[in-house]
Write a protein that binds this ligand. Sequence first.
Ligand SMILES: [Fe+2]
Ligand SMILES: [Fe+2]
Length: 240
Amino acid sequence: MVDLLALEKERFEGFTYEDWARYFAENDKARLVQDFSREPALPSHVRKRIFPSIGAFRQGEASEGRYLRAAAEGFPVPGCAEAIGLFIKEENWHAAYLVRFMEYHGAPPPKPSRLDKVFRWLRRLGGLRCQVTVLVTAEMLALTYYDALGQGSGSPALSAVCGQMLRDEGPHVVFQSHTLRHYRNGPGTRLLRRVLMDGTALAVWGACRKVYRAGGYGFARFWRENRGYLEQSIAITRRK
Ligand SMILES: [Fe+2]
Ligand SMILES: [Fe+2]
């Protein structure tokens, strides 16, 4: 499990949006080089297990972030829009890694994902605060999902992609938590964030449980780790 509180303290404490923009721009210079030289053909039971949910996550990563960009433009803290633009670019790289992996294995193009539609619909309900709250929930779930996916597929190429995702998504959760710091984070907000996490976690478990199980996650571990990430994100929003 990624220690988000330690990560924030060691690498991102006191970060302004300008610092975040520099961080994302630096990452952009060294993207993952995907290597398929040791990649085996995947057995059909593995293909059936992994490709539907990889397709769903790929759609989430591929968002152009039009609403998020527009909300960031109106946010009265300098540098926010630029940092968010670079963050979206990083997410689009994640989509590209998954697309390349699916294409290498000749996987069918993903069907529209109900989960992705729900996330997009929820994000559009409000301004920057609402969008970031929904987004960071998906990113915390991505931390457990990519960890499980990387462990359980027997694919070195996918393990490398998932490793990169984990290195990027931890900082993303810290980045979104820094934005949420600008708002009030009282008991009502915390309750809402817990309800949102629990509801979406149940939906993700329903759709992806075979991937989680193959990656060593029973329901109890899945629940505990996602709740753990949420509590750490809340703690970061309350750190001054
Ligand atoms: Fe991502
Ligand atoms: Fe992310």
